[in-house]
Design a protein around this ligand. Structure first.
Ligand code: NDP
Length: 332
């Protein structure tokens, strides 16, 4: 059983040195536990926070411990009444070929509903983050202009499509022409900006949002957010979902900046964590599944083959390698 451990804590950008692949026995499931063979594991930006030795909304990983991840896999052995060998399940497991978990902490995955990998993406945590962050935190109204940063990623791509369904004008910001083309040509975004090639981001946002911004769904922070704030409308709502541009920073830049705009525009800025909506996960997953089935929401997955390449897949998130959800395929 191959397992990735956190070998050391990164300073700034993580490197391969921070990860070590070790070989251990396949664990035995204890009472109430289930042994799961990983099919797909999810690498996510929040994991950068877990590598840091700092208080957050979740415990940091200990150096020397096997790293955790959301996984979809097959039940190999079960000591829990809800699961039997051969069932497909998802839950927080490990960067590993096999792991055990308390059966109460696992959820069944219906392979007939959609490809099982979607339980880690559009029908999993990222999809639910898009759903609650947009609909509950940002409260878009038909006709609103919704600007999404990190728009071609797992969360952002779903945010934009839900906003379109709700009758909004949707503008995305992403870091490659291939991504902005995907947003406008395939996902129905009204406009998209490549922040890496835009000469003047403030100007580009102003041009793409001629009537100003009513909702800004922020996945990235930094200068992209400065440009968004400069173009907010009166009573705009900003949902702060993530700040990936700052996750590897060794010093936080002075700020937040542009707050005068919030005063002038009487705008609301609100952060949120998807896990706080746990009692409504079922509602979100059911509606997302329905929208996917209807074709209202399309999704993309960037699949890295092999557990041995999981750190590469994770590091790629900070370089913008992925379109849609970044996954690691461990076993078919
Ligand atoms: P993505 O699939 O969006 O992957 C990360 C993307 O971020 C990359 O593809 C890259 O795209 C972009 N990116 C990386 N570095 C930078 C940078 N310096 N500046 C701008 N963009 C950058 O990840 P997720 O969809 O899983 O997550 C999106 C955000 O949502 C993250 O900030 C994450 O932490 C947050 N999140 C928050 C949750 C919550 O409960 N609040 C839950 C889940 C996620 P590009 O090519 O466009 O640069």
């Amino acid at each position: 059983n191959r397992e990735w451990i956190l070998a050391s804590r990164p300073t700034g950008e993580p490197t391969m040195e921070n990860f070590e692949l070790v070989e251990n026995e396949v664990p035995e499931p204890g009472p109430g536990e289930v042994l799961v063979e990983t099919r797909y594991l999810s690498v996510d930006p929040y994991m950068r926070g877990r590598m840091r030795d700092a208080e957050s909304y979740a415990e940091p990983w200990a150096v020397g411990d096997v790293m955790k991840a959301a996984v979809v896999g097959d039940v190999v052995e079960s000591n829990h009444g809800d699961f039997a060998a051969g069932d497909v399940v998802t839950g927080e497991l490990r960067w590993a070929d096999y792991a055990t978990a308390d059966g109460d902490a696992l959820q069944p995955v219906d392979p007939d509903l959609a490809p099982v990998s979607t339980a880690l993406g559009v029908l999993g945590m990222p999809g639910r983050t898009a759903y609650f962050g947009l609909l509950d935190v940002a409260e878009p109204k038909p006709g609103d202009t919704v600007l999404v940063s990190g728009a071609a990623g797992a969360v952002g791509s779903v945010v934009g499509q839900i906003a379109k369904r709700n009758g909004c004008r949707v503008v995305g910001i992403a870091g490659a022409d291939e991504k902005t083309d995907w947003l406008t040509d395939d996902l129905g975004f009204d406009a998209a900006i490549n922040y890496k090639t835009a000469d003047d981001l403030h100007q580009a946002v102003a041009e793409a949002c001629p009537e100003g911004i009513d909702v800004y769904y922020d996945n990235v922070g930094g200068e992209i957010t400065d440009a968004a704030f400069a173009n907010l409308n009166e009573f705009a709502r900003v949902a702060v979902c993530g700040q990936i541009s700052l996750y590897n920073a060794t010093e936080q830049p002075t700020g937040p900046r542009k707050l005068t705009t919030l005063v002038q525009k009487k705008a609301r800025v609100e952060g949120f964590i998807v896990s706080d909506y746990a009692v409504r996960f079922r509602e979100a997953t059911e509606r997302l599944a329905q929208w996917v089935a209807q074709g209202d929401i399309q999704y993309e997955e960037t699949v890295t083959e092999g557990l041995e390449n999981a750190p590469d897949a994770f590091l790629g998130l900070f370089e913008g390698v992925n379109i849609g959800k970044q996954l690691v395929k461990v076993e078919d």
